[in-house]
Ligand binder design. Structure first.
Ligand SMILES: O=C(O)CCC(=O)C(=O)O
Length: 301
């Protein structure tokens, strides 16, 4: 769908000013969006996964663990693909109020792509380097967007989501390092073209949501506070955006139309997109990719 067609469709929860802001800037923050009832449900199951992580020693396809993780002091970096792990996460992704937000920004036919829960644990939870998302999971157009739910209050010290306004209309960066390995991050020598001085950091009370377009440059600093920063992220697209790689094909709940109708016609955007490596046999997390590459002397996503 073209932006004007999306805007012509009556909004469900956002104001027209918020929608226009998103299309102009490539991001949006909506404070205090989620009800306490939803937050309680999400916390109930999230606490169970944190408890389960205590028995894990190494990262696996579900639990991505930070250095220093232990049974006494769990440091879960990411719970991967939560919608595959529990029905409450699936219910939230398919029927939660964020689907209304997605509909207001991609149009009446909404496809869910994937989700993840980034914890950014207290006292040093790892940074996410500047990157754009669409190079990880190319689609035939650039409608995909990611909605993040702050499950707790987030302030400046906690590594809030940082975005570069307007960058969704700019350059799409090459996220491979010079040796041809996927780094998942914009190279240091390219960062001067990324307008980092314009960065806006999205903070807010528990229940606030962040939204960024798949081309928007974004990242976040380490969490130096004593509180963790659980951010539950969901990616949705217009149903007329066909995913190009098979990253999520092995999952039951992925590429599912959660609102409206499946597309009859595919929408192609003529702007080219980088092709990522073949992750069909597994993908750990942006943290693992970026931090491992860094340990090996090369930055990543
Ligand atoms: O957790 C964050 O601060 C950012 C996450 C992110 O950009 C990603 O996972 O792609």
């Amino acid at each position: 769908m073209q932006v004007d067609d999306v805007l012509a469709h009556p909004p469900k929860v956002l104001t027209q000013v918020q929608r226009e802001f998103y299309f102009r800037n490539g991001y949006l923050l909506v404070e205090n969006f989620l009800s306490e009832a939803w937050l309680d449900r999400l916390w109930q199951i999230t606490n169970e996964f944190i408890a389960q992580s205590r028995s894990r020693i190494h990262s696996d396809s579900v639990f991505d663990l930070e250095h220093g993780h232990s049974a006494d002091k769990p440091r879960l970096r990411r719970l991967s693909f939560p919608t595959e792990q529990h029905a409450i996460y699936r219910d939230f992704a398919a029927h939660g109020p964020i689907v209304d937000v997605a509909e207001d920004l991609v149009g009446p036919d909404v496809k869910f792509h994937h989700s993840k829960l980034n914890f950014k644990w207290a006292d040093g939870g790892e940074e996410v380097k500047w990157h754009q998302d669409i190079q990880f999971w190319p689609h035939t157009n650039y409608s995909p967007l990611t909605i993040g739910v702050y499950m707790d209050d987030v302030d400046d010290e906690m590594g809030p989501m940082g975005v570069i306004p307007g960058s969704h209309n700019g350059e799409l960066f090459d996220l491979y390092s010079d040796d041809g390995q996927w780094s998942g991050a914009i190279k240091n020598r390219d960062l001067p073209r990324a307008d980092l001085e314009k960065a806006v950091y999205l903070k807010g009370p528990r229940g606030s949501i962040t939204i960024h377009n798949c081309r928007t440059i974004h990242g976040s600093m380490p969490n130096y506070s004593h509180r963790s920063r659980p951010l539950l992220l969901h990616t949705y697209a217009s149903a007329d955006a066909l995913h190009i790689t098979n990253l999520v094909d092995r999952f039951q709940f992925a590429n599912v139309v959660v609102r409206g109708q499946p597309a009859k016609w595919i929408h192609f955007d003529p702007r080219p997109c980088l092709i990522p490596p073949d992750w069909s046999k597994g993908y750990s997390s942006i943290f693992a990719l970026q931090q491992e590459k860094e340990a090996a002397g090369q930055p990543s996503m």
